[in-house]
Write a protein that binds this ligand. Structure first.
Ligand code: G4P
Length: 530
């Protein structure tokens, strides 16, 4: 049936309203994989969780989801996982968090509309959570917090709230609150209803668990001191105003907090429901000029991730595009913003791993994988109809640096060409020393980026490369005046990006802090650099 333009607009708006596109941010081991699996279980996409366990195998895998696929025999994509839940369409974007932590992890967050921050109740805020949170904050992304592993001994939850506020400046507003001491968890109070949700220990939560809801009066009788203490703590939270606040949540300033245990399924449904009810649906995105293209306008989107050679047999490039407006239909011809050239979407896929499934249509909030995308770069816009240019995806302050040289100097040309292409794809950042050694300095946020580069230079450009790590561990964006002042300082190296941006690389954070304290006038900007 042919749709009228008006009917199509209505459909696109409705479909966008159903989308919830989010990513999970956490430190390795906090429970992201377990929670992802439980989301699938609760959505009905998986009938049984944890069928097979092979943790060692998972450590080797290149993506959490690919490994889940291998070990549990289920098909999940390595970039975006889509499942229906209560009449909505949930897109969960993968932020690889184990050994393959890389700039990709950060970039994925630019395609999300919300995030779930998973904290281990025994550990609180950890290094990787903090880094990922910084990116969320820069985008003012709404964040839901899940305090995981409450089935085992942990820290005092009130202290954890303080820590969240102190360390990352986020105001946590508990929606559920634990009853019982750390290590002797009885369940939670749902602050919205006052009900007690009793915790029943289930072995690994293989199936969706029944939930026992207890009236507050009955809970007070049965839970005794633990209940009284929890009520006192809630009074305290009420007194300091730690109550759910939609406006500040949507502005990325406060974070509704849920308490649970992903392993035993406890609290998973509360969290998933909150995601549906509180997190924003796909909204119109601002373009470079700051204006927004309506959701119902013709198709537009931007590339937020690229992957080459996913299919060894085909040596292909896949670009992952976040849909911002309109309906995507496989086969449509789009315009590639930066070149103005047409781009055919005959091969659009939604699923990776051992299997690829073609995708026929997609709506704002969804992710489409475009095959044959060698000419597309990270941050590029694609559209049908009127042109639109979405803002560039920021590059991130690197933490690993290595000087690169081709092993065989006769292959210098291929080496240069390879670096140029891999830099465009966002595999690593290529820097140079404006006044010193002409050999390029490669920079990354994760070691895996160097491994990928080395392999691809060898296999695609026939060049073996020697990488010699430098002793620098963090970088800050700087300006010419500060760079000039820092040039001869011990433990600092000035490096430049291709576009002229200057970075000051430091050997130690303590040294940087010291220099900064002595010279507060110096420009040293952190994390997300434009
Ligand atoms: P990650 O993706 O964030 O790295 O974490 P993952 O889900 O792999 O979980 C890390 C470990 O924590 C796993 O244990 C997992 O079973 C456990 N875990 C996750 N959620 C909970 C929870 O709510 N309670 C408890 N007690 N443990 C939890 P492991 O021993 O490393 O592996 P496994 O043998 O259990 O798979």
């Amino acid at each position: 049936m042919i749709q009228t333009p008006r009917a199509l607009e209505t459909e696109v708006t409705q479909q966008a309203g159903r989308r919830r596109t989010f990513a999970i941010i956490s430190h390795p081991d906090a429970g992201k994989t377990t929670l992802t699996e439980k989301f699938l279980l609760y959505s009905g996409a998986l009938l049984q969780a944890g069928a097979v366990k092979a943790r060692e195998g998972r450590r080797q895998a290149t993506s959490d989801w690919m490994s889940m696929e291998q070990e549990r025999g289920i098909s999940i994509t390595s970039t975006a996982l889509q499942f229906p839940y209560r009449g909505r369409v949930v897109n969960l974007l993968d932020t690889p968090g184990h050994r393959d932590f890389s700039e990709d992890t950060y970039r994925v967050l630019t395609a999300a509309d919300a995030a779930v921050m998973v904290l281990d109740v025994a550990k609180g805020i950890e290094a990787q959570t903090r880094k990922l949170f910084e990116v969320c904050r820069a985008r003012r992304l709404p964040i839901l917090t899940f305090l995981n592993k409450c089935d085992r001994p942990g820290r005092d939850p009130l202290q954890l709230l303080d820590e969240i506020k102190e360390q990352i400046g986020l105001w946590a507003t508990p929606v559920t609150w634990p009853v019982g001491d750390p290590g002797n968890f009885h369940g939670v109070i749902d602050r919205r209803t006052g009900d007690f949700v009793r915790f029943t220990r289930t072995a690994r939560g293989i199936r969706v668990a029944p939930e026992e809801l207890v009236h507050p009066d009955q809970a007070a009788r049965e839970e005794g001191g633990a209940w009284t203490r929890a009520i006192e703590e809630l009074d305290l939270l009420g007194a300091v105003g730690a109550d759910l606040d939609l406006a500040s949540f949507l502005a990325g300033e406060s974070s509704p907090l849920f308490v649970g245990s992903a392993l035993t399924n406890f609290g998973v449904r509360h969290l998933l429901d909150a995601l549906i009810e509180l997190a924003p649906s796909a909204q119109p995105r601002a373009d470079m000029a700051g204006s927004t293209r309506p959701l119902a306008a013709e198709f537009s989107g931007f590339v937020f991730k690229k992957q080459a050679n996913m299919d060894r047999a085909h040596r292909d490039h896949v670009a992952f595009v976040r849909v911002c407006s309109g309906r995507f239909e496989r086969g449509m011809t789009l315009t590639h913003g930066p070149t103005g050239r047409p781009f055919s979407t005959k091969y659009a896929t939604s699923l990776f791993g051992s299997d690829r499934r073609s995708i026929d249509e997609a709506f704002p909030g969804d992710v489409v994988g475009l095959v044959n995308a060698a000419d597309l770069r990270i941050g590029d816009s694609l559209y049908a109809g009127d042109p639109v240019e979405y803002p560039a995806i920021p590059t991130f302050a690197p933490e690993l640096f290595a000087t690169a040289r081709p092993r065989d100097s006769a292959r210098f040309k291929q080496f240069r060409r390879g670096l140029e292409q891999l830099e465009q794809e966002g595999v690593v950042q290529v820097l140079h020393d404006p006044d010193g050694d002409p050999a390029p300095v490669l920079a990354a946020v994760g070691a895996m980026q160097f491994e990928v580069l080395t392999q691809r230079l060898q296999h695609e450009f026939g060049t073996l490369v020697d990488l010699v790590p430098t002793s620098h561990h963090l970088a800050r964006r700087t300006d010419k005046t500060t760079a000039a002042a820092l040039r001869d300082t011990r433990g600092v190296r000035i490096l430049a990006r291709r576009d002229g941006t200057l970075l000051a690389a430091f050997e130690s954070p303590f040294w940087m802090d010291r220099l900064r304290a002595d010279h507060p006038e110096w420009v040293l900007e952190s994390v997300v650099a434009g």
